[in-house]
Design a binder for this molecule. Structure first.
Ligand code: DGJ
Length: 543
């Protein structure tokens, strides 16, 4: 009963605090055409970020020499772990020294933060919960797996665990509002980390078995019926294959294989984490997201990935469970970034890549994620992996990522202005995928890997923005573009001019006029592979 009242009060106070936050310039999400943007202090913000290794931010001392090196990469945002065990050392007693220190150091280095709330779960396990939570398995029950063995994973059906986590998170968010409610160093919160049951397809604790054998909650069935047309097809197919029933047990409604287990877990993790996030938002409603350990139903079951995390197959369950989570985000270490972005941005979910490869791969992918998927942000994992402060290897190791971030930071105001209007595209090319085509503002652009000269590129990446009727702004490396018309009129397209340049204080400052070998004697718009350049092309049509 008490729990219900808490949830109802939290949910009711939501719109009021959200409106208050937006008026004070606090970070929030806003629609811009078809895109969603992160807006901070009244302006859209593109996160060019990186995540620290899991344990670095547990010590202010350890972090002190790291901060300036992060700023020099250059990043604008650091995804920073913050664990439940360190901020609530005794139940109800909070110590925010670490939070304050991290915020101060970030400010000193002109960096923003996304805090990762490592509490009930981190990579499926519950190792970041305070020891008193880990020990008290009566009050804070564990997941039980097939062999009947409790594992070090808190059961998402544990109501007391949820209340304890939500209380601590609410205290943290209250504190962040108090110390950062006007400076807005903290942009967003990640709630938990890569959740789901590892080692089995579902929790088999007594409470979980009882719920699984019982009826699918009415509330969930109503949501599914009301949203039937917009449910993601992977999930809808499973429901329909079992007869699209409007009531029944989990296996009656979703079938008798492990998919029903995963659906059940997704609903329960969703309920728990939506409640934790809602409690935090009632204190300070900045954007909140959940990250995902990728996998899916094409993988073998029981799965090698955690069962119940917000994979596309079960994302609808998370959405049915609440509205406090604003984004479902893929941790993307696979070679098919585009496919995952396509799957994750369905249903209006904005793209945010909280964890991914850095180095040259990240340096190329960030153009693709931002240009093609209008990502709110991009963050490479383990940015301080190579810390050797003597030799400054932190900077060397992140050179390629840093070069891309520097160019994107320069372009960010223009990118953000053109997002959501069909005026921008991004791409990544390599030997196996050496060409692609895109259409912008009445022109077809055939983009190919720049392999003609001795500077032949192994990879090409970039983005193009249509900035005027016959004008394009491009940035990237190792590709060339040929134009053809898509609208009625003269059949040929010529290159009028190409200028390289920079944006100084938002104003275009042209450098060399690129012609001759640099534009293949007027035949192509080229971006050589030796560097990342910004170029403006003016084209014309002729008979
Ligand atoms: C994904 C996790 O979310 C991170 O915290 C970290 O453990 C990495 N995997 C390690 O590669």
């Amino acid at each position: 009963m008490k729990l219900r009242i808490l949830i109802v009060i939290t949910l009711l106070s939501f719109p009021i605090v959200l409106a208050r936050a937006q008026n004070t310039g606090a970070p929030h999400l806003e629609k811009h055409g078809t895109a969603t943007q992160l807006v901070v202090d009244g302006k859209p913000f593109l996160i060019l970020g990186a995540e620290l290794l899991n344990s670095s931010s547990s010590s202010l001392e350890y972090m002190r020499p790291v901060w300036p090196r992060l700023a020099a990469i250059p990043l604008n945002t650091v995804l920073t772990p913050l664990s439940w065990e360190l901020i609530e050392p005794r139940e109800g007693q909070f110590d925010f020294t670490l939070v304050d220190g991290l915020i101060q150091e970030a400010r000193r280095n002109n960096l923003r933060l996304v805090f990762l709330w490592l509490a009930s779960w981190k990579n499926g396990m519950s190792s970041y919960a305070p020891i008193r939570v880990k020990q008290d398995t009566q009050r804070f029950p564990r997941v039980v797996e097939k062999d009947g063995k409790p594992v070090e994973i808190l059961s998402p059906l544990g109501k007391e665990s949820m209340v304890a986590d939500a209380r601590a998170f609410a205290a943290l968010m209250r504190h962040i509002r108090e110390v950062d409610g006007s400076a807005h160093t903290v942009l967003m919160m990640q709630v938990e980390n890569e959740v789901g049951v590892l080692g089995d397809s579902r929790d088999r604790s007594p409470a979980a078995n009882h719920a699984f054998d019982g009826q699918v909650p009415r509330e969930l069935m109503t949501y599914l019926e009301q949203h039937r047309e917009t449910l993601l097809p992977e999930f809808r197919k499973v429901w329909e294959a079992a007869g699209a029933k409007s009531s029944g047990t989990w296996q009656e409604v979703f079938g008798s294989d492990a998919k029903a287990d995963e659906i059940f877990m997704a609903w329960n993790y969703g309920r728990y984490i939506q409640s934790v996030a809602a409690a935090g938002k009632a204190e300070y409603p900045i954007p909140m997201y959940v990250n995902t350990w990728l996998g899916g139903w094409s993988d073998p079951h029981p799965s090698p990935y955690p069962s119940g995390g917000p994979l596309p197959e079960v994302m609808d369950l998370w959405k049915a469970a609440g509205t406090a989570i604003d984004m479902y985000a893929p941790d993307e270490y696979m070679p098919n970034l585009g496919e995952w972005c396509d799957r994750y941005r369905r249903g209006g979910n904005p793209v945010f890549i909280p964890e991914t490869n850095g180095g040259a791969i990240g340096g190329a992918n960030v153009f693709y994620a931002v240009g093609q998927y209008e990502a709110i942000g991009f963050s490479s994992f383990g940015i301080d992996t190579f810390v050797d402060l003597e030799r400054d290897s932190l900077l060397d190791a992140n050179d390629d990522l840093g070069k891309s971030y520097a160019v994107l930071a320069e372009l960010a105001p223009i990118i953000l202005q053109h997002e959501g209007r069909g005026e921008m595209a991004g791409f990544r090319l390599d030997k196996d995928h050496p060409r692609m085509s895109l259409e912008l503002n009445g022109y077809r652009l055939d983009v190919t890997l720049d392999q003609i000269f001795e500077t032949a590129a192994k990879t090409g990446f970039g983005l193009v923005i249509s900035t005027g009727p016959d004008e394009f702004l491009g940035a990237g490396s190792g590709f060339r573009i040929a134009f053809s018309p898509t609208k009625p009129g003269p059949p040929h397209v010529g290159i009028g001019s190409i200028d390289e340049g920079t944006f100084v204080g938002g104003a275009w400052t042209p450098g060399r006029r690129l012609n001759g070998d640099e534009n293949d004697q007027g035949r192509a718009w080229r971006f050589v592979s030796k560097r990342i350049s910004i170029e403006k092309a003016v084209v014309y049509r002729y008979e």
